[in-house]
Structure formats: structure tokens, C-alpha cells
Design a protein around this ligand. Structure first.
Ligand SMILES: Cc1ncc(COP(=O)(O)O)c(C=O)c1O
Length: 394
């Protein structure tokens, strides 16, 4: 384990840990020598204060069934208060993780063949959750203006009306673009949903990683009426690199929605966080957690600067979308490659990089063609390696 000063500078090998990002390279990219910068976890260690909490629990040799202590609920309540979101204990429902949280929402709030609205380009499981639950996906694509995504509110409302949409899956902040939705944008979206009795699910897993100059607004914090029609999903999984622990929770103010959601949780027997998730969450959602998050944001910001400078110098025709939140960067290669297959081939076989394929975010609208998402939650050294590989490919 590196000392704390080198955590962000030197690469730490994940060999021998069955890391998905590395193990699936051959399957996804056809070769296992690509530098993997795809799935959204970090090649950076989970901070010591969380590891210590886990080790401390392991001092006791019995790892049996456990109830969630009040301190875990309180940690969530206090953490959400940072964003001006007042949560009560009775609103908290534990999920297996955040993806599981919205898959269950699709099942809880819609009937088979009902329509679910999404805004591509978007985190691919948003596109697959409805069909996997035998529901219809309706797309209201985001609109790219000057390399920044905007919402076409008229098209959004039209999609709801035309398809009798019942549920809207919002990514707030947005993955893959890192866009932080502003209050007025969320207000307009929510007003449309309220007008047409569409239930809103707001995935806020990236909400802790917001850069200075931007501010996360929890959708449900906007008004009581909006809170009553919203299910918020979150987790410390992204901020503290806990993806392997399976952590997630839903916040549901409306008792009827909560009852419907619990019905699905009960049907698949999901009731509590697992033991390690509980301890990790409580350690993460703390003052130490806030300080760590701030250090992390500084590191990511430096990595993004470095990437931007590199592309500006060496690949000026590729547009780098500076994220307002998250360590994920959306790259627009359309001017350089007219053909998506050639872009993929160049990245994999020449630059030897394994990025997230933009096409998987685009849905039927195909708004991800010509794009790639790069994960910058890596050390300075790893980023330098990636950039050198690109340079050589050029
Ligand atoms: C928007 C969004 N939601 C959910 C997830 C997955 O989170 P979890 O591992 O808690 O299911 C991700 C992971 O990349 C994500 O970007």
C-alpha cells in the first residue's frame, strides 16, 4: 500500500483482486493488454479511515445477520443535509446497489409494457432496465450545444404525452457528460412530470463529486410536491470506491411510493445493507469523508486539466467535455473519425486503451456514435501512460 502522499501520483496494481475493469478486457476489447479506463470505479485506494472501520469490525469473528443501527441512518441524513436535502429516517430504504435501486423502481412503479423515459446519452443500464423488466424505453435525447448538453423541454414533454410515460429516470448529475443539472432545469423537468403524473427517479450517485463553480441540487429538495413524486437513489460507492461492497439506498418521502417500492424489495428479499456496507457507509459519510472527497476532487481536477491540455496540443479536433461532476470525461471524436468502428479499432489496437464505448450510451437515438468515455480516477502515472500511448498511436 503506498503512503498517503503517493496515493494520487503512483499507480497501484490491482492484479490478484479480480478487478472487473482488468479481468473483462479480453471479453470487451478482444485483447488483454489495453489500459482499462472504462467501468466507473477508481484505480485509487479506498481511504484508510474506511479500511480501518472494516478491519475493526473484523476483529470480532462472528459475521452473522445484523440489523442496521440508527447511526447508519443518521450518517445518511447528515450527509444529504450538505446538499440542503432534509431526509427523515422513515424515508430511507436500503437497496443492493444503485443500479438495483432503479431496476426495482421500474418494476415497482410501472406495469408491463408501460413506457419509461430516459435522456440519452446516458448510463447504459438506464436503457436496459425497462426492457429487462418488460417495459418500453422512450428516449428524449439531450441536445449538444457548444460541447455542453442541454434539455429540449418541449421534446421531453412531447415524449411523455405521445407515449403515456409513467416513469422518468433522471441521471443527476449526468453520466457520461458530467453535467450538473441546475435548479431551474430540474424545476422545469419536474413540473412537466407533475403535470402528467410521471413518477421521477433521480439517480444521484455522482452528487458528491461536484467541482467548484457548480452545485448539486437533489431533485426531491425542490418542493414538497416534487418530493412526493420522486424517488432518490444514492450511495457512497463512487466517491469512496466501494463498488465491490454493493451499497445503495433509496429516499422516498411519499408513503404510497415507499409501500410500492418495499413490495418489490420484499419480493426479492432485499432489506438491509450488508454488514461491510454498513460499516463502510458510516465511516465514509463523516467529516473525514468530506475532507477526503475534497482531496479527491483536486486530484481529478488536475487529471482533467492534464487531459485537456494534452488533447488541445495533440488532438485538437477531439472535443473534451469538461465534467462539472464526476471523474468521467466524454470525448467527441466525430471530427476525427467518421466511422465509429474505426475509432474503436484505433483506440484498442493502436492506442491500447479500453474506454467506455459511446455507442452503449446512445440508445436508439444513436447520440453516442463517435463518442468515448474515459475514466480519470487513476493516478498521475497511469494517466501519463495513457497519454503516451495515445501519442505513440498518433
Ligand atoms: C449514474 C450511475 N448509476 C449507478 C451506477 C452503478 O452504481 P452501483 O454500483 O451502486 O449499482 C453508476 C456506475 O457507474 C452510475 O454511473
Amino acid at each position: 500500500m503506498p503512503d498517503s502522499s503517493s496515493v494520487f501520483s503512483q499507480a497501484l496494481s490491482r492484479q490478484g483482486t479480480n478487478a472487473e475493469k482488468y479481468e473483462l478486457r479480453k471479453t470487451l476489447f478482444g485483447r488483454d493488454d489495453v489500459l482499462p479506463m472504462w467501468v466507473a470505479d477508481m484505480d485509487l485506494p479506498t481511504p484508510d479511515f474506511i479500511l480501518d472501520a472494516l478491519k475493526q469490525r473484523l476483529e470480532h469473528p462472528i459475521l452473522g445477520y445484523t440489523v442496521t443501527p440508527d447511526s447508519v441512518y443518521q450518517a445518511i441524513i447528515d450527509w444529504q443535509a450538505q446538499h440542503g436535502y432534509k431526509v427523515e429516517k422513515s424515508q430511507i430504504v436500503f437497496t443492493h446497489n444503485v443500479a438495483n435501486g432503479f431496476f426495482m423502481a421500474v418494476s415497482a412503479f410501472t406495469h408491463p409494457s408501460d413506457a419509461v423515459l430516459v435522456q440519452p446519452p446516458v448510463y447504459p443500464p438506464f436503457l436496459s432496465a425497462p426492457p429487462l423488466n418488460v417495459r418500453k424505453v422512450v428516449e428524449a435525447p439531450l441536445v449538444l450545444i457548444n460541447n455542453r448538453y442541454q434539455i429540449d423541454f418541449a421534446a421531453f414533454e412531447r415524449a411523455i404525452v405521445d407515449h403515456s410515460v409513467k416513469l422518468f429516470l433522471l441521471c443527476n448529475p449526468q453520466n457520461p457528460s458530467g453535467r450538473v443539472w441546475q435548479r431551474d432545469e430540474l424545476q422545469r423537468l419536474a413540473e412537466i412530470c407533475l403535470r402528467h403524473e410521471v413518477i421521477m427517479v433521480s439517480d444521484e450517485i455522482h452528487s458528491d463529486l461536484v467541482y467548484s463553480g457548480h452545485r448539486h441540487t437533489p431533485l426531491a429538495s425542490l418542493s414538497t410536491a416534487i418530493a412526493q413524486a420522486t424517488v432518490t437513489l444514492s450511495s457512497p460507492g463512487k466517491t469512496f470506491n466501494l463498488g465491490g461492497l454493493q451499497i445503495g439506498y433509496a429516499l422516498i418521502a411519499n408513503p404510497e411510493l415507499k409501500a410500492a417500492y418495499l413490495k418489490v424489495c420484499n419480493a426479492v428479499s432485499i432489506h438491509e445493507l450488508n454488514l461491510f456496507a454498513m460499516h463502510a457507509l458510516r465511516a465514509a459519510y463523516s467529516e473525514q469523508g468530506k475532507a477526503w472527497r475534497d482531496r479527491l476532487l483536486k486530484h481529478f481536477s488536475n487529471n482533467i486539466d492534464r487531459l485537456q491540455t494534452f488533447f488541445y496540443e495533440h488532438l485538437p479536433d477531439v472535443k473534451v467535455m469538461r465534467p462539472e461532476a464526476s471523474y468521467l470525461v466524454w470525448l467527441d471524436f466525430r471530427q476525427r473519425f467518421s466511422d465509429h468502428a474505426r475509432l474503436k479499432e484505433w483506440l484498442i489496437d493502436h492506442a491500447k486503451l479500453g474506454l467506455s464505448d459511446g455507442q452503449t450510451f446512445g440508445g436508439e437515438s444513436q447520440v453516442g456514435d463517435g463518442f468515448m468515455r474515459i475514466n480519470l480516477a487513476v493516478s498521475e502515472d497511469s494517466l501519463e501512460t495513457a497519454l503516451q500511448q495515445i501519442k505513440q498511436a498518433l
